[in-house]
Design a protein around this ligand. Structure first.
Ligand SMILES: Nc1ncnc2c1ncn2[C@@H]1O[C@H](COP(=O)(O)OP(=O)(O)OP(=O)(O)O)[C@@H](O)[C@H]1O
Ligand SMILES: [Mg+2]
Length: 439
């Protein structure tokens, strides 16, 4: 660089004296040596006045290389532990090389320069590290602050009184707060349902118990009861005990339904289930002189379902139809199959359900006519259990009903022709029920 500056000093003629003179005005820093030669390597300027090369031929590789090849050279080497930086450039006039400039600098200065650069890099590095650290702390604080607030809010929230968080944030923390608040809503809703269920269940269990207590009290208080009267009372008490047992059984069914993991899937024929229910209910239908029929498709298939819960669902619905149909009526059971579903349709010519109550009949403990339900022994849980079971199989129950005309319930179970098996295939397998059993 310095050699270039010297070489580009504009002197109209290559006049040794003029050059030497103009070089005197150029400041040469301590530790630097400038040598200028003509094209024959004769030195006519050397910044070292004492013991310098002025007037001598300098046959030195960097100088001769520059003069012959017309290119710049530079090198960095050490002599006796002292670092030397050396650069040589040609002096060109009118396209001809008319001389050369050689600049050397002693090592002390280079060492100083290196240590200054090292120190600068070190200081600069430390400043960058401190800056990045401070920026990191700042960003982390800004980011974690809302999370810390939310965590503190959740920790401090009384566990018996869940509250929504009103923290406002437009980033992911805001989404987290929204999700948290939705969770609180959901838990509140569940808690509300649980309370209603416990209160309904207690009420349902209390009623038969109160009746039993009433009957037993009046028996105790009657001094010499008529044996016929005692028998009647005991009969009534037995009926209430039966009702109590039924409610408890239903409640246990519901709990089982809540634990999906207890569902045991096995290849089952829906036609077989319908046949089983039909045979069980036939005596009830005969008692009421109800015409009870079952129709099934010719080609039966097996689908993976929990046999017990689906049997219970079909039984509940068919039992309702017989229960809520006057003597001499008609109840029809049909098993059908379309492309994606297996349908079990149960229709009756019974009392029907008022329009505004049709959807409520699936609620737990709901009965359209409570007084009548008492006579029939209904708990109001049958349909709710049936719906839970069918839903767990990915299906649903459809209802259409008209008061005094009758009702039609359809259980729709999804049927995937790929996972279903024709009966003929399963008949050749030793234990078909083991094919899909999940514990
Ligand atoms: N086929 C039907 N015809 C008319 N009303 C019905 C019919 N099926 C159900 N209901 C009405 O829906 C109510 C709820 O039915 P659900 O099966 O849940 O309870 P339940 O039959 O009263 O009791 P449980 O099933 O324990 O014997 C019944 O009380 C009845 O009022
Ligand atoms: Mg029922």
């Amino acid at each position: 660089m310095r050699a270039n500056i010297v070489a580009s000093v504009d002197i109209p003629e290559f006049d040794e004296k003029k050059i030497a003179k103009s070089m005197e005005t150029m400041p040469v820093e301590a530790g630097f040596r400038v040598i200028i030669t003509d094209s024959q390597t004769k030195v006519f300027y050397d910044s070292y006045t004492e013991g310098g090369y002025t007037g001598k031929l300098l046959v030195y590789a960097p100088v001769t290389e520059v003069l012959i090849n017309n290119t710049n050279t530079s090198s960095f080497y050490s002599v006796d532990g002292e670092w030397i930086v050396e650069a040589a450039v040609p002096v060109i006039k009118g396209g001809n090389t008319i001389g050369s400039v050689l600049v050397t600098s002693s090592g002390d200065d280079v060492d100083g320069l290196i240590s200054r650069i090292t120190l600068s890099i070190l200081i600069f590095g430390i400043i960058i590290i401190l800056f990045v650290f401070a920026l990191g702390v700042f960003v982390a604080t800004v980011l974690t602050n809302p999370i810390v607030k939310l965590t503190t809010f959740i920790k401090d929230m009384p566990k018996d009184k869940l509250q929504k968080c009103d923290l406002v944030s437009r980033d992911e923390v805001g989404d987290l707060v929204t999700a948290f608040n939705e969770l609180i809503d959901w838990v509140d809703e569940l808690e509300e349902k649980r309370r209603a269920f416990v209160s309904d269940a207690s009420h349902e269990l209390k009623t038969p118990l109160s009746i039993i207590k009433l009957l037993s009290d009046s028996l105790i208080q009657t001094p010499h009861p008529d044996p016929q009267f005692v028998k009647e009372f005991l009969n009534d008490m037995g009926a209430e005990v039966e009702r109590l047992t039924r409610i408890v059984e239903r409640l246990l069914d519901l709990t089982r339904m809540d634990q999906t993991s207890r569902m045991k899937q096995e290849f089952t024929s829906v036609c077989e289930i319908a046949q089983e229910v039909y045979e069980k209910l036939m005596p009830l239908a005969e008692n009421k002189e109800i015409s009870f029929t079952l129709t099934k498709p010719d080609d039966d298939v097996l689908i993976p379902i929990d046999r017990d819960s689906i049997t219970e669902s079909v039984y509940n619905i068919a039992d309702n139809s017989i229960k809520y149909t006057e003597d001499g009526g008609t109840v029809k059971m049909e098993v059908m199959r379309d492309l994606g579903n297996i349908l079990i349709r149960i229709s009756d010519t019974g009392i029907g359900i008022p329009k505004d109550e049709v959807q409520k009949i699936f609620d737990r403990f709901y009965r359209v006519d409570k007084a009548r339900a008492r006579d029939t022994g209904g708990t109001g849980l049958g349909l709710s259990i049936a719906m839970d079971a069918v839903k767990l199989h990915g299906g649903y129950i459809e209802v259409s009903s008209e008061e005094e005309k009758g009702s039609t319930f359809t259980i729709v179970l999804p049927y995937d022709s790929e996972s279903a098996m024709p009966v003929s295939v399963v008949e050749n397998i030793e234990n078909p029920e083991n094919l899909l059993t999940e514990e």
